[in-house]
Design a protein around this ligand. Sequence first.
Ligand code: FAD
Length: 431
Amino acid sequence: KITLFWFRRDLRLEDNLGLYYAHQNEKRVLPLFIFDTEILDKLEDKTDARVQFIHEQVQRLRDELASYQSSLLVRQGKPLEVFQSLTQEYNIQNVYTNRDYEPYARKRDKEVAAFLQGEGIDFYDFKDQVIFETDEITTDKGDFYKVFTPYSKRWLQKFEQARITLVNLDGRKKSFYQTKPMPLPSLRAIGFEASEIILPSPKVDNNLIRKYDQTRNFPAIAGTSRLGIHLRFGTISIRKLALEAAQLNDTFLNELIWREFYMMILYHNPEVVDRAFKPAYDRIPWRNDEKEFSCWCEGKTGYPLVDAGMRELNATGYMHNRVRMVTASFLTKHLLIDWRWGEAYFAKRLLDYELSSNNGGWQWAAGTGTDAQPYFRIFNPASQLEKFDKDRKYVKRWVPEFGTDNYPDPIVDHKAARKRALEVFKKALGK
Ligand code: FAD
């Protein structure tokens, strides 16, 4: 009999709690990865760099597992069907995995667990992706927070009390299922091709994090960690990173708390996926001008900071946080285009795409979300440029024609657009 350990968003051997417990409790642990066609078939871009990233990580895991005289069982298909066929091929006693909190993942895991149970196979899942799960941070009365600041205070309090330790697989060679390397399908075999986008390294730069509070707002410099994709796919451990952050920089730790805050919001309010967190804001009659939307997507709005951001995103799969805020505010307020359009565009392009943070970020910018920020606070893209890219270094990097006749005029006038947004929001909200 064997135990399967199912890798999903935790693509590492180090400090992987589910994998650790599988080895603690079981013998003959065989790791498994499924290229999930329910997700992959929905991706329109067959050069999607995120798939390449996952493929590379799966390959790395398989190589690392060879040093334990084990390997990685790799399958492609709908997870439930894959498990149906695996139960025919192997004599499986248990399946171990780490919990994933997104709506799709919860449904998938429920179905898989129910099927396995019917076959007499136990399904165990563990907390690994977060420091605190969606129901661990509550008020004294046991309610879930809807506002970030009190949530973060409570989070920090609990973090200080929690004695977090890291785990490893030292001495665990024997509890792996011993096998020769198992086959790994090529990227092409799973229907994708290599992309030109450069994938960021998982290296944590302590010097950068130490200065993070001073550097994080300036898009021209490498002042943020670029660890988003690694947190998304678990190629670094959140426990290790949070422990380091607590030593190095409180502002950085605070950003990791935002990540868990938005996960908690999505978990308890799954309707936010396509509705405003504040329901009244679903009454806003978005203009949704398709031509203007294209200008925004292509970085041709005539607002340099917005254009630089969109072009950075299109070219690299990354956009600096300050500029994400400015471009999102511009789309929803200046152009009055539905935040869901922008959210979907980011979802397609961002390497670090995370449903909960993207949704939270977009609803924040549109004013429809958890934030108490009033709708009438509208970013001025020109003053944001002045403050955060004073010498235009970032803009010139991404918009080479900036300052020449080839650079387009603004597609909307800031003052007029601001006035229009205020009127539309006021009327819709009955203010
Ligand atoms: P750093 O600044 O180095 O921060 C470290 C980590 O903290 C990040 O990797 C991320 O995991 C977390 N983090 C930082 N800021 C936030 C935040 N505001 N909310 C939640 N987590 C945060 N973040 C995503 O991870 N995925 C998204 O799809 C995403 N979409 C966004 C959309 C909009 C409109 C906005 C305004 C923000 C969005 N963010 C998203 C949050 C933030 O912009 C990115 O996490 C950050 O820019 C990633 O760069 P970094 O890894 O260098 O982050």
